[in-house]
Design a protein around this ligand. Sequence first.
Ligand code: NAD
Ligand code: ZN
Ligand code: ZN
Length: 375
Amino acid sequence: MKMRAAVLERFGEPLVVQDVEIAGPKEGEALVRVVACGVCHTDLYTASGADPSGYAPCVLGHEGAGVVEEVGPGVTSVQPGDHVVTLFSPECGRCEHCTSGKTNICTAIRAQQGQGYLPDGTPRLSRGGEPLRHFMGTSTFAEYTVMPEIALAKIPAEASLEASSLLACGATTGLAAALWKAEVAAGSTVAVFGAGLVGLGAIAGAKLRGAERIFAVDLSDGRLDLARRYGATDVLRADQAPVDRILEATGGMGADYTFEATGRVDVMGQAVEAARMGWGLCTVLGVAGKGETLAIVPRLLITGRRVQGGSFGGAKGRTHVPQLVDLYLKGDLDLDGFVSHRMPLDDVNRAFELMEEQDGIRSVLVFDGSAGGAS
Ligand SMILES: NC(=O)c1ccc[n+]([C@@H]2O[C@H](COP(=O)([O-])OP(=O)(O)OC[C@H]3O[C@@H](n4cnc5c(N)ncnc54)[C@H](O)[C@@H]3O)[C@@H](O)[C@H]2O)c1
Ligand SMILES: [Zn+2]
Ligand SMILES: [Zn+2]
């Protein structure tokens, strides 16, 4: 079938929206009509050529949500009509990692996914008879995608797909890190460095967990205002010695939990320093530049601080994303407030520009024709 998709033809150049072919689902796969797709830093990072594991040409996009249209043989967990969030991090429930209960890094389809193929080692995308590779196992900057059922989280049909798309990456990363990876305790003190979608998610997650005091650190006053809206009790400017101020405010001790959501290694170091002696837990979420390393004074670890990280915030997509949608439907989680711009697929490069200008939290591509142009 023919469809419109945004293709990364060459690194460092704008995406080209064009017709491509998509084949039907094979064994264990489903065809999904994409309804909404957030535009995330990882898409831009790959498009720029900075990601050493990136490849072109391919169809970018990974923050998708849509409706299952057709399923291949053997598919049991989704059926046509189901609403789903696309997962770049699958959950097979059967591999050594999934059954360990210790990690969300499912190994079932990792090797082929990393090369741009579906689990059988071939793509479903093509143009002019030539194969075209998938991206992150998702390729949701397109009207349709074919994905393995283990990479689709089924969600209630009454939830907005626009809001739910943000749970495919950014929002879940921060939320899951606070809720399940760090398991923020009620009554505790939390510090979040960076108040983009990931950091705001961590703030919202810490609030849901009943944290008593939540410090938010950012360079932008606008983002700090949003941080307050999502639950921060104290906002700190990043250029005004935030670590010193967190230590002063906690009797010299530091926060029980810290989260880094900037992608800057110097800020990761600050998040470690701001964690409390004895038991402070620092969770690193940002993706650093190629070749960058994080330096930590060992004394900080010997005196009891711990450091962890989490792809997708440690979320097990098929288990946790539906739980987050339930929180959204109950009114306990404001996902709509993260959607700053809505636009059609044709404006995908404009979404990248808005991200570079740090204009808004997330731009969402909508495929039903209801978004007239970049707002
Ligand atoms: N772990 C994962 O699986 C995962 C998933 C999605 C995104 N990420 C990464 O998480 C990071 C954040 O993503 P985002 O979408 O929220 O990005 P974003 O750019 O929207 O937010 C980053 C925020 O950090 C702030 N910032 C910059 N310098 C700072 C400083 N010195 N101190 C404090 N704040 C500072 C910026 O003002 C901005 O508000 C990125 O590195 C992204 O690649 C990781
Ligand atoms: Zn698995
Ligand atoms: Zn992402």
